[in-house]
Design a protein around this ligand. Sequence first.
Ligand code: HMG
Ligand code: MG
Length: 299
Amino acid sequence: MSLPTHVRLIEVGPRDGLQNEAQPISVADKVQLVDALSAAGLGYIEVGSFVSPKWVPQMAGSGDVFAQIQRKPGVTYAALAPNLRGFEDAVAAGVKEVAVFAAASEAFSQRNINCSISESLARFVPIMDAAKQHGVNVRGYVSCVLGCPYEGAVAPEQVAFVARELYAMGCYEVSLGDTIGAGTAGATRRMFEVVGADVPRNKLAGHFHDTYGQAMANIYASLLEGIEVFDSSIAGLGGCPYAKGASGNVATEDVLYLLNGLGIETGIDMEQLLLAGEQICTVLGRPTGSRVAKARSAK
Ligand code: HMG
Ligand code: MG
């Protein structure tokens, strides 16, 4: 299969990147990050989550972040919603796009959202109905598509089942998450072959964590499978609180470098993106997880 000419990058740094941070991060710093990302040309930014603050304390102020960001025309500002309560809070905060999240493994589903896979899917149905009424788009996530921190191997057929259910209930796109970053290029291709037989490939996205250093190879493998949408996180921030040891998401700067090298358009400006990464790393007092940012600052 030939490579795409255009790829959409979904920036998950303010949500997936920051949700795992133990130190308090002010609303102003989160707002600055989101605004720096939109200034860099990202067309889709996951700003926060309307989840239980007991489960993920860092996302507690998401409504305030939404209230203060400068909405740039054409940019989608999205939030996670695990249940109807989260959806309603999101809508009240002016959110126009939400993401629901399920898992391909039962154990992870229990640890992350305290219910089984089938219970989670049933919980999303009223969200889909309410979303239709409010004109809100819903994206779907499947976690643990290339392995589970509790169960180990995950069959691609199980991923396909959950992805198919999310797509059938009205998610316009389903993002397949290698939550623990353990997948390899071969496994990635097989997984997309199997899932792609059930859900059109142009309705699928790849969400790679870089725990084992495989994310870039997995993205290239996904491109070869016809996938044209990828989730990534500025400065490689991130990790899921319910996947111990899972390190950051693949860095947006690094994915952009790969795509630029392939001549694939994204609409994102590397210099501005690097600035956004520098800013948030200063806030966190931590070196960047982006190899491109490291290489550039060493120059
Ligand atoms: P639960 O404890 O089973 O829920 O949690 P519950 O309905 O029994 O409610 C318990 C308490 O939470 C109640 O409060 C509710 O009001 C409150 P209390 O009476 O105890 O004071 N509550 C809420 N509060 C705020 N917002 C809400 C909400 N819902 C209930 N929406 C629940 C179930 C789903 C709520 C919980 O497990 C949860 O919030 N989980 C979120 C976990 C999470 O955010 N994980 C990280 C995101 S997923 C991820 O990172 C993976 C991804 O990146 C892809 C990948 O990498 O694979 C997407
Ligand atoms: Mg993730």
